[in-house]
Structure formats: structure tokens, C-alpha cells
Design a protein around this ligand. Sequence first.
Ligand code: SF4
Length: 704
Amino acid sequence: MRCAVGCGQQQRGVDEGYGVDKVRGNYDHPATEGLSCERGIRETENPAGEWLTEPLVRRGDTLRPASWETALGIVAAEFIGTVADDPDSLAILGSGQQTNEAAYALGKVARGAVGTTYYDANTTLCMASAVTAYYDVFGSDAPPCTYDDIPEAETHLVWGANPAVAHPVLYRWILDSAVESDSRLVVVDPVQSETAADADTLVQPDPGTDLALARAVLARLVETDRIDRDFVDAHTDGYDELVDSLPAVDDAAATAGVPVETVEDVAAAFEAPTLLYWGMGVNQSTHGTDAARTLIDCCLATGNMGPGTGPFSLTGQANSMGVRVCSSKGTLPGQRAFDDEAARAEVAEAWDVPLSRLPESTGPGPVGIVDKINRGHIDAVWTVATNPVAGMPDATNVARALDDVFLVVQDAFRSETVEHADVVLPAATWGETEGTTTNMERRVSRVTAVSDVTDGVRPDLDIIAAVGNRIESGLFDDPPLSPESVFDELRELTAGTVADLSGITYDRLDRELAVRWPAPDESSEGGYRYYEGVESDAEADGATDGESWSFPTATGNAQFAAASFEGVPEPTDANYPLTLTTGRRPGAYNTGVRSREETSEVPAARIHPETAGQYVQLLDRGRTIVESRRASVTVDLAPDDGVPTGAIWMDVHHPAVNRLTLPMVDPDSSEPNYKQCAVRLASPDTSSTVTRSGLSHIRTSRTD
Ligand code: SF4
């Protein structure tokens, strides 16, 4: 399992060595009923990465093998010394590739034992804007929809996402529904993606202008009176203020680079029951939260809420949702707010740590943490199942920053980040680990170990507990720690909260295989969120406005919010006249460690043939250099008329690409603006700033 579709799988263990031998879909699993994609199976059965097999400790320029005792002793001594005067001297970066139990335990160490503000996870790099939008609008981070809604929708509006590549099994359900005679697939993407190839309508805004287009669509919905006033009046706040803030449709359409007729096409699509899916094309922007909020507003305003309709963010990593609910990253367990004193006190008491130790804010996000390192505020960093040296924007700067701190890298595979480590802690991976995971529709599944953990490697949870107990004695039971006991601690801590897992036990998961939260008791399971059905007296009257909704906001209503589009953060100019945008390619995932064998040393850059023709003097047999204000990367240009003129598209899986991208973030979510920056081409012969450092250590390796 590699992405947040959360396909149920059966696995066969290896007799010897690492990982698993065989994988296939599990027909009994309620989420996916036997389906799995080729990528998910291949990257689990036969990953390309170089396994980490023993702890490593840096001696001079070299990482040398060490015992666990030695490695953990060095880590503990460094961390304890570092945080003695200032807990914020240690930063911790987790991942959506951990089990719920490991994510919870890492958060408990970070927030409860260390008390650092500087704890985050790579999920902020892909999902934080959607999460922030959900909180703002609904008062809770949970997509209202589930997979059950997909067959019911008639308009499938996919905005800034390419599920044909990123979520293949879920995309099959979308396509199955969209090909029905009364259904359609509308895709919004600057680039003609694999999903766009199936679209009935393709809308191509300029990269980075999703907010402008979304506001144009919302303005058009208002202008043409396609508003569900009954729903708006009964279940929302802020509609009039929102309307006052909307732009003229033609102005906003021009900003997004599309004709007004195209805006009308998208607005008209909301007349049928609509499921609106969005992904990183929306989230990864300095306007990501506002754009996600505006998409949700389109659903609210048109009454596209309730079973078969609604806003559905497409989560990327396998356990992004688990990190959101369990890890104390953006909220404390149970979606408790960091600035809620009573909620903080409940968590401090449960963890038996001083309330004053829990930080009062979530921190500045991964990009902000790198900035703090560069300003000398952080002395040590611990990364767990994440590869920031390849995955974060302005990656060369990230590598430089990590060279300036004591760096502990915990991972299953050798990665770019490992090369900068002072201590490497080799971790077990899926198939070698017990625990649970949570998919994008809030469904918790059991993860079971089918292979023994090999000598030299330890499960994430054991490593985290070993480090945590050295920092705060008694924080966890002594290793080997029971994942079930950790999950029980977590689920009890969520009892009575909006993200209630208390009714999900290991025994129940053994029986039912997967259960959606909220589940406050062992017989309940979450369905469509916030919707409580049609009130019986309204039903008897034949009324159409008798729906009952309950949003966990101060008023009980969903909240509209005004926003404005201020332009892309790094516009093109005479020096950097082209726009770089990024996306996924089939068969690869995140920083591509498990598929690196298919990655050439020089990345490909798709470009419209007309644009390529303007720069032919800068090409040497198709090879050229892409320069941004941060770095230069040698590329092979691939002419492709699916890319708009003036733009360059590169896949996110190549470790060189993020040297180019922009480290500006959304002010609400701290999610980086990966999808748009200004670049230029330079001749391989004339550039004085060709940067290929790092490509030399692109082995077939890494983590996601
Ligand atoms: S769709 Fe996602 S979860 Fe399912 S098999 Fe493929 S990668 Fe794994």
C-alpha cells in the first residue's frame, strides 16, 4: 500500500531478507474489495531502494556500522544535551508513511517528552491547505464524503489532481461512474494529464491561479442564481459577506487565463449532483487554503452537500489521515487545538507530563523549520520516514541546513537525506510491522507483519519508544512495545472528541478488517460527516429543506469565508520568462526511492514544442539547463503539446527537481508553493551555475 486509497491487501512474507514476497488485493476488505494497482504491488513486492540494514554512525566523512546500543546512546546523549536549556533546539520531522501507532508515539515524544514547537511531517507538504480549509469551514478536519458517494455523483469535478496516476484504484470508481450516460468528468489542470485525457471537459488555467478560477466560478454561480438558498440560509454563515467579496467574473477569468465561457462550463457542472475532488495542484500554493476553501464554498453554495455530493480532498500518502488524527502535528489527539488550555490539560494528564511542556502552537511547518535552522535556532533534527533533501522546496538549501545540525535519519531505505546524517537508524517497513493505518475516507485498517524483522532493523515504534524513554523515563512501556497497547492509549484519548476512535479495537479490526471514524463505540462507524439525515416531520410534509446538519463550529453552521487572489508569488519576468510546474508520473511515488531504478540521471522536462522552438539555440541534442533563482538543473527537454506554452513540467519524483522550486508557503497552512515558479533555460555550454551536486549519490535508493 503506497497511497491513501488504502487498498486492503494480503501479503506473503519472505523466508529470509527484507520486506514481503507477494502482494495481492484482499477481496474481503470493505474499502477496495480486492482491487490494487500495479504501483502499490510492485513497490511493496519489489522496491528498487537500497535497504538500510544496520545502524550507522558518522565518523569523519563516512557513515560506519554501529550497534543499536551505540547508535541510540549517541542519539539520546545529543538530544538530551540539546534540549536541556531549550526544547525548541530539537526539530522532528515525521511522515505519512508511518503507522498510526508510530505517528502517535512520535508526537508524544515531540510534544510531550521534548516539548518542541518544531515538529512537523511531510504531510504538510501535500495536504495542509485542505486540512486548514476543512477546519475553517466545517470546524473539523474530515472530508465529509466517503467512497460510497462516488457512484452516486453525476458530475465528477477533478481539480488540480491526477488520480489516474496518483490514486489508480479510486480513479477507476470515478471513471466507472463518469461514463454513465447522465454523468460527466470535468478536469481542471493546467497540463493535459492522464486524467484529463478522459475528461468530457478540460479546463486549463494558468499554473498557480486556481483561486482566481474558483472565485470566478463562485461569482458565476451567484450571478446566475444557481444558489441553494434553503441550504445556505439554514446551515451556513457568512454568505452575504462572501458575495460582497467576489470579483467580476470576466476579471477573474482573465486572471486565470481562461475564457468566460469556460467559467460558465464549470459553473453549469454544479447543477447536477457533484463530487468535487482536489489535490496538490490546489493545495501546494501560497493561496492553497483560500483556494480549497473556495472550492468547498462552491459545494456549500450550490447545496452540493450530502450523500453522493460534496468536497473530497484527495490525500496523498498512505497514512496522511493517521498523521492528521494521531500525531499531535497540527492538533493534539482527538483534534484538540493547541491553544485550547483545557484540551491541552487533558493530553498532559494522559501523558503524565507537565502542562507547561506542551507547546502552545503547532509550529511554522517544515519550510519554517529549515528557516529556523538557518537562523541558528535549531541544533539537532530527527527525521522519520521522510526525505527532505529531495522532497522539500529549494532542496539545496535544505541539504545545507541539515549539514549544520546533528542529524538523525530513521528510515527503511537509503535516501538523499541519509547522506547528510550523523546517525542512521534502520527501520522496518510495511509487511514487517504491526499496527494500523487510516485511509483518505477515514477508514482505519490493521497492518500486520508477514515477515520477521531482520537482525539489525527495528520497527519504527520500537525505535521511537527507545529514544523517547531515554529522554523521559517511563513515557512508554519498555521495548518491544505492543502496538495494540499504544493504539488503546490513543483511542482512549480520543473518546468523546470529534475524531473519536474509541470504538475501534484491534479485536474489532480483526473481525471487520476496517472501520471508519468517528466510531464512539464498538458498534458504530462513521459515514457521511456532519449530515444527520432528513428530519422526520419534514419528510412527512414532503418538505425538501428538512435536512439536518451539525457542523462542529461555534454556531453549528458551516462557515463561508472571503478571500482574494493576490497573484502568483514568483511571476515570470524578462529574466525568468517561463513557468515551472510539477506533477506525478505513472508508477512512481513521492521522492521515488522505491522506483528510482526507472529514474534517469538527467530529469526530463516537458515543454510545448512552440516554446521549445523559441529556445533552440540553448539546446544541445535536446539537453539544456533549467535555472530558477535558487538552482540550475540539467534536463532533457521533451516536446509535448499537452503542456501550455510558456510552461515547463517536471515530475516530482526526480531528486533534482525540488532544487528549483520556491520555498514560499501558504500563510494559513504553511504548505509550500510547489506548483509555480519562474525559470529560464540556459545553454549547457554557457551557464556558469550548472548544479549537479547530489546526482552523484542518486543511487537506487530512498524513502517516501
Ligand atoms: S491505489 Fe494506492 S493504496 Fe491502492 S494499491 Fe495502488 S498505491 Fe496502494
